[in-house]
Design a protein around this ligand. Structure first.
Ligand code: 6PG
Length: 430
């Protein structure tokens, strides 16, 4: 029988002995490499940690030379997932899959149709890449919820229990998800002194780095995953607590600080702004997955990924069922926004989304993810962007050349000043 090293043991150990967390991974990897000489061809090693996908690709290739099958599996679900079934995203050496499929799919969470939240993701580091994008999307979802909370608290002046009720109600709509559900629970949670715990928590967000990896990959492969990038930077800005305390005493905001509209209608606008921004975030996440598949020659089943995230994991939601349906309708769907269901959903939210952003901007509430989502939407739907001017500027000062709309593929240089000469730089794109 194949030897299976379930490194997710690390997770189990980390819940039992929290102090050991940061050492467990090191120890297990040390043991693992120590054991490599003892392994035989056909043995299977499974890394279920949040590993960096390029490490997984390298390990996969190195072990393949020895005939050892390496699987890098994303595992999501936290404590509850560990007890009741996580979402599992295995990738790597496909020869291992028939041996581990039954085990993986039986321990994974199931959606209401009984389908497991686990399927083969793809070659090499594909499983860990998909988990990394899952985590990036998790950062985005969390920041979007925080922006809705900020607007409710500071524009509408809502109390914690009132906000908890609203999030509870939202959980019965298109926003039905684990993160909305726990937000309602967090908002109503009271400390031992019967006061709400949330306002006592320091407003500096931590991060272990998977959101940052997603943003770095987006930059590396040239995919505009702007919402996850903003979510990471929002955590960075939050962590500058001392600096912000100083700045708050020196820097003024707008004169307008009061909201004069209809509170109930504005709450519905916030819900719609959150929903539309979330659609953009997932559209961007899937754009990154598509680009990675192209970059590495991976065959990725996008509908399968939506199903894997539908249950068990931190971003689990009813919404992912809709994404699965979109890829079932068209497995080659270029962008989620082009699917009829999501196109209409964004259109239906659009007025509310713009109203929330303009009101928030006027009153001075930071909304990095709401605003970047809308800018992306407006950019993506524009046939013409002002990048023609960037090309002209680049050519003007550095002879970097440009293409004419009428002559695609032909790069030319103009002597803009009359004394710049006709020499142009070579054209290459980073
Ligand atoms: C999961 C989570 C988990 C990760 C948290 C914490 O899917 O179960 O993604 O793997 O530990 O996301 O991440 P940060 O500390 O970076 O917020």
């Amino acid at each position: 029988a194949p030897l299976i090293r379930l490194l997710k043991v690390r997770s189990v150990v980390q819940w039992v002995f929290p102090i050991w967390t940061k050492y467990c991974r090191l120890i297990l990897f040390f043991l693992f490499w120590l054991q490599v000489p003892l392994l035989e061809a056909g043995d299977i090693i499974i890394d279920g940690g949040n590993s960096e996908y390029r490490d997984t690709t390298r390990r996969c290739k190195e072990l393949q030379e020895k005939g050892i099958l390496f699987v890098g599996s994303g595992v999501s679900g936290g404590e509850e997932g560990a007890r009741y079934g996580p979402s599992l995203m295995p990738g790597g050496d496909k020869e291992a899959w028939p041996h581990i499929k039954k085990i993986f799919q039986s321990i994974a969470a199931k959606v209401n149709t009984g389908e497991p939240c686990c399927d083969w993701v793809g070659e090499e580091g594909a499983g860990h890449f998909v988990k990394m994008v899952h985590n990036g999307i998790e950062y985005g979802d969390m920041q979007l919820i925080c922006e809705a909370y900020h607007l409710m608290k500071d524009i509408l002046g809502m109390e914690h229990d009132e906000m908890a009720t609203v999030f509870g109600e939202w959980n019965k709509t298109e926003l039905d998800s684990f993160l909305i559900e726990i937000t309602a629970n967090i908002l109503k949670f009271r400390d031992s002194d019967s006061k709400h715990l949330l306002p006592k928590i320091k407003d500096s967000a931590g991060q272990k780095g998977t959101g940052k990896w997603t943003a770095i990959s987006a930059l590396e492969y040239g995919v505009p995953v702007t919402l996850i990038g903003e979510a990471v930077f929002a955590r960075c800005l939050s962590s500058l607590k001392d600096e912000r305390v100083q700045a708050s005493k020196r820097l003024d905001g707008p004169k307008m600080t009061q909201f004069s509209g209809n509170k109930k209608a504005f709450l519905e606008d916030i819900r719609k702004a959150l929903y539309a921004s979330k659609i953009i975030s997932y559209a961007q996440g899937f754009m990154l997955l598509r680009q990675a598949a192209k970059e590495f020659g991976w065959t990725i089943n996008y509908g399968g990924i939506a199903l894997m995230w539908r249950g068990g994991c931190i971003i689990r939601s009813a919404f992912l069922g809709k994404i699965k349906d979109a890829f079932d309708r068209n497995p080659d769907l270029q962008n989620l926004l082009l699917d009829d269901f999501f196109k209409k959903a964004v259109e239906d939210c659009q007025d509310s989304w713009r109203h929330v952003i303009s009101t928030g901007v006027q009153i001075g509430i930071p909304m990095p993810c709401f605003t970047t989502a809308l800018s992306f939407y407006d950019g993506y739907r524009h046939e013409m962007l002002p990048a023609n001017l960037i090309q002209a500027q680049r050519d003007y000062f550095g002879a970097h050349t440009y293409e004419l709309l009428s002559k695609p593929g032909e790069f030319i240089h103009t002597n803009w000043t009359g004394h710049g000469g006709n020499v142009s730089s070579s054209s290459y794109n980073a």
